[in-house]
Design a binder for this molecule. Structure first.
Ligand SMILES: [Zn+2]
Length: 227
C-alpha cells in the first residue's frame, strides 16, 4: 500500500510544515507582542503623590452643626430648660444685662449680669431669630432666672425678646427656639418633661399667654419609659 504510505508520509510532511509555520508565526507574534508591550508598557511617570488626603476642617468651623451651642468649657450637669420672655417689645443681651446688674440675690449681692444663658432676638435690637449665648453659657455658670435655686443651678435659662402677653413671637423666633431646644435636649439628654415655661415652676405669667408652647416643644423626645 505504497500510496497510503506515500500519503501518510506526505501528510506527515504537511503536518511538519504546518507545525513549523505555526511555530514561526507564534514566535513572530510573540516578538510583536513583546515589542508592543515594551512600547506601551514603559513604566508610567511617577504620580505626584502628596501626603494622604485626610480632611482637616478649617479652624473655627464646627464639625457637627447640632453641636454649635456646645460651650467652650466643660459643661455643667444640665437637667432642665426654662423658657422666658423679656416682657419688653425690644432688647438684646446688653439691654437685659444692664437691667439684671441692678438686681440683687437673696443675700443682697448684685447679680453678675444677665441671668439667662441664651437670648433669642425678635428683629428689634437683635436680628430676628438670632440666638446669642450669654457669659453664663460661655462660662457654664448657674443662671439667675427661675426664682428657684435648683432650676438656677441645673436649668438652662432661655429668654425670647418680646412681650408675648401682647404679641406672639415671630416665626423666626419660634423656629430658632425649636432648633435651640432640640440641640440642647439632645446634647444633654433632657427629655420634654424637663423643659418648662417659667410659669410652670413659679407664680408668674412668663413667657406670656401667646407663647406657642406646643409648637416649641413639638417632636422633642419624651422621657424613656421606665426611667
Ligand atoms: Zn421668666
Amino acid at each position: 500500500m505504497p500510496e497510503r504510505v506515500s500519503g501518510t508520509r506526505r501528510h506527515g510532511w504537511d503536518l511538519f510544515l504546518t507545525g513549523f509555520a505555526m511555530l514561526l508565526l507564534t514566535a513572530l507574534m510573540g516578538d510583536l507582542a513583546a515589542a508592543l508591550t515594551t512600547g506601551t508598557g514603559a513604566p508610567a511617570p511617577p504620580r505626584a503623590t502628596g501626603p494622604r488626603d485626610t480632611p482637616t476642617p478649617p479652624r473655627g468651623i464646627a464639625l457637627n452643626e447640632p453641636d454649635r451651642f456646645e460651650p467652650p468649657v466643660a459643661s455643667r450637669a444640665w437637667k432642665s430648660i426654662v423658657l422666658h420672655h423679656s416682657a419688653t417689645s425690644q432688647g438684646n443681651v446688653a439691654s437685659i444685662d444692664a437691667v439684671h446688674r441692678k438686681q440683687k440675690d437673696r443675700s443682697g449681692n448684685p447679680w453678675l449680669g444677665i441671668g439667662y444663658h441664651f437670648v433669642v432676638g425678635n428683629g428689634q435690637q437683635m436680628a430676628d431669630g438670632e440666638i446669642q449665648p450669654t457669659f453664663r453659657w460661655i462660662r457654664q455658670l448657674a443662671g439667675a432666672h427661675a426664682g428657684s435655686r435648683d432650676f438656677n443651678e441645673s436649668g438652662i435659662g432661655v429668654c425670647l425678646i418680646g412681650n408675648f402677653d401682647e404679641r406672639a413671637p415671630t416665626a423666626k423666633q419660634v423656629a430658632a427656639v425649636r432648633e435651640l431646644l432640640r440641640a440642647l435636649a439632645r446634647h444633654y439628654a433632657i427629655p420634654r418633661e424637663r423643659i418648662f415655661r417659667h410659669l410652670d415652676i413659679q407664680a408668674t405669667l412668663c413667657p406670656g399667654r401667646l407663647f406657642p408652647w406646643d409648637q416649641a416643644v413639638a417632636g422633642l423626645p419624651l422621657e424613656p419609659k421606665g426611667s
